[in-house]
Write a protein that binds this ligand. Structure first.
Ligand code: GTP
Ligand code: SPV
Ligand code: MN
Length: 588
């Protein structure tokens, strides 16, 4: 039975029912009984496998199709009214043509299947940040993931009332045919279609599709920002908490930084880190004129490989109950999970992510490099007390970062907001397994939003500049970090993970005017002595090496930046052209 009388909801669902022709319709009310029944049903069909209840209570295992393990950027479209609105960095399709193509693919595809209607909220229900959505799906896996990743249930429909202001999402698994896989966004219609995929980022429509692509478009129109950023709080020994938002491309360390455990020396002094979000930040100017951020999600869809008790104990602990594991290896002896980098004891008797019997000694991987866990945020030992806050948290610093073997120093600060926007706009990073395609290729990924900006990137930069003008002297300070500098043998030089707090500390000191810096061609770099290395076996000369700004390497960057900027034509904000000129003249 329908859980709402909202006419816009009911008529849209009627339309989609007529199109996809489900055998039955089930409204997800958010109750534990209903979810338990769905879990049991998914286990009976093999869609899920229940894991060891003693060791991993309430946890399930899922495998996607082998051809469906990551986001598909080449098949992701922004179907804005005109190609110009989507801009040079997005794939575009004419909306009428796209609807026709998608309807043809979706038509009748729910025959013999159930339509699940998922009412969900991005942001705490009823808060000024909250935006509501309805996803229709034929996948129980999607329902159960959405229940972890967003706020789902009847109360969302109550909060929505009769409003027409909600995001429409239709997901059809179809045959998981990669030739007919499309992830399409219609910003003018608040609508998303996803067909022929079952992989997280393509089908959990609240996440990248809504909370970034559609929301970035809404944010520009409504005067706020939707960003691919973690949010964390650093508590100092006197109990004061300062918040940082940081944008790194996919699989470049957001979840890890968001949950970092302070090194012993910092712990001893009383430092703590609190996680507000690990992937997405929605930010608004508050009544006090500062920038306030909220994590619109309710769980973590995190990269499994590399997560262990040393690198990220908080993430690992978050996955020990109520979690869905996707495309990791399964230990058949005790029905638990394993992935590369979990520990040094790969199971002898296991199945790899594709489902074949697996013996690690043959040199193949047990888990897919983009295998993931879906864990409730409430499981995280360091979840912030502000997690459900209706006001969000005030942001002191914005940090950009990427994977760069050379060129980018460990950390530097922009001279001011507009220079910071420039720093974000020229971000470059090596590609990862989070999207299909080559891995390890350096590409420009402005603000880590290349695959996620729902409109013209030139307009997006202009929006950043406009936000800075509104924030004035209350604007957060903007920094850039790079944890991934490598030595001649390709090893990471900086220890990273918990020790990144040493860098965050300098960042916050700068925000409070407590630390010195050296002015370089690209911005302010710390004096090596001002990054506190106490308790760390790390040589100050090595630190100086990774803080160094090599003007020749930066000169070599210029042509790449110019080539990239040329794509934006007259949409490239004049402020950024000016910043590029300054950089060129600084480099001499
Ligand atoms: P998405 O969920 O795809 O947006 O990724 P993410 O940005 O949250 O990345 P995540 O924290 O999951 O890290 C991805 C990979 O980077 C993992 O293999 C981590 O082990 C590795 N990583 C994270 N932080 C660091 C670091 O400080 N140093 C090094 N060397 N590796 C890191
Ligand atoms: C990313 O790729 O940035 C992710 C995972 O956070 S996904 O949900 O697939 O987009
Ligand atoms: Mn992400």
């Amino acid at each position: 039975m329908a859980l709402t009388t909202n006419k816009s909801v009911l008529s849209w669902i009627d339309e989609k029912v007529a199109l996809v022709k489900p055998d039955q319709i089930v409204w997800i009310d958010g109750s534990e009984e209903q979810l338990e029944a769905l879990r049991a049903e998914a286990c009976s069909t093999g869609e899920l496998i229940k894991l060891n209840e003693e060791k991993l209570p309430g946890c399930y295992y899922h495998r996607t199709a082998v051809n469906d393990v990551a986001r598909v950027e080449g098949r992701t479209f922004i179907c804005a009214t005109t190609k110009e609105e989507a801009g040079p960095t997005n794939n575009w399709m004419d909306p009428a043509e796209a609807y026709k193509m998608l309807d043809d693919i979706a038509r009748g595809s729910y025959q013999g299947r159930t339509m699940y209607v998922i009412p969900y909220s991005m942001g705490p229900v009823g808060s000024p940040f909250a935006k509501y959505g309805i996803e229709l799906t034929d996948s129980i896996y999607v329902v159960l993931n959405m229940v972890i990743m967003t706020r789902v249930g009847k109360n969302v429909l109550e909060a929505l009332g009769d409003s027409e202001d909600w995001i429409r999402g239709l997901h059809c698994k179809c045959d998981i045919d990669e030739e007919k896989r499309y992830i399409c966004h219609f910003p003018q219609d608040n609508t998303i279609y996803s067909v022929n995929s079952g992989y997280g980022g393509n089908v959990l429509l609240g996440k990248k599709c809504f909370a970034l692509r559609i929301a970035s478009y809404l944010g520009r129109n409504e005067g706020w920002m939707a960003e691919h950023m973690l949010i964390l709080g650093v508590e100092s020994p006197d109990g004061d908490i300062k918040y940082i938002a940081a944008a790194f491309p996919s699989a470049c360390g957001k979840t890890n930084l968001a949950m970092l455990i302070p090194p012993e020396y910092y712990k001893g002094k009383g430092y703590k880190v609190w996680c507000v979000g690990d992937d997405i930040a929605w930010m608004r100017i508050g009544e006090d004129g500062r920038l306030w951020a909220c994590n619109p999600e309710n769980g973590f869809f995190g990269v499994a490989p590399g997560t262990n008790m040393k690198s990220n104990p908080n993430a690992l602990i978050s996955t020990q109950k109520g979690t869905i594991f996707t495309n990791v290896a399964r230990n058949l002896d005790d029905n638990t999970v394993w992935w590369e980098g979990l520990d040094k004891n790969p199971p002898k008797n296991a199945e790899e992510w594709k489902g074949s019997k697996w013996d690690y000694t043959d040199g193949t991987k047990g888990a897919h490099p983009n295998s993931r866990f879906t864990a409730p945020a409430k499981n995280c030992p360091c979840v912030s007390s502000e997690f459900d806050s209706h006001t969000g948290v005030p942001i002191s610093a914005i940090v950009f970062g990427g994977r760069r073997a050379k060129t980018a120093p460990l950390v530097y600060q922009s001279r001011d907001w507009n220079h910071g926007v420039f720093v974000g706009s020229i971000m470059a990073s090596e590609t990862t397994a989070a999207a299909t395609g080559a891995v390890g290729v350096v590409r420009r990924d402005p603000m880590a939003m290349l695959p996620f900006c729902g409109y013209h990137m030139g307009d997006y930069w202009a929006h950043w500049i406009a936000m800075g003008a509104k924030l004035g002297d209350k604007a957060p300070k903007i920094f850039n970090v790079n944890w991934f500098r490598t030595d001649d043998e390709g090893h990471f030089i900086w220890p990273g993970f918990g020790d990144n707090l040493r860098v965050l500390k300098w960042i916050l000191d700068r925000c409070e005017g407590k630390a010195e810096a050296i002015e370089t061609a690209i911005g302010y770099v710390p004096n090596a002595e001002d990054i506190d290395l106490t308790g760390l076996d790390f040589d100050i000369e090595t630190l100086k090496g990774i803080l160094e700004v090599d003007n020749d390497l930066w000169k070599a960057e210029i042509s790449g930046i110019e080539e990239f900027y040329a794509k934006f034509g007259d949409k490239l904000p004049a402020e950024l052209v000016k910043e590029l000129d300054t950089l060129k003249s600084n480099l001499g």
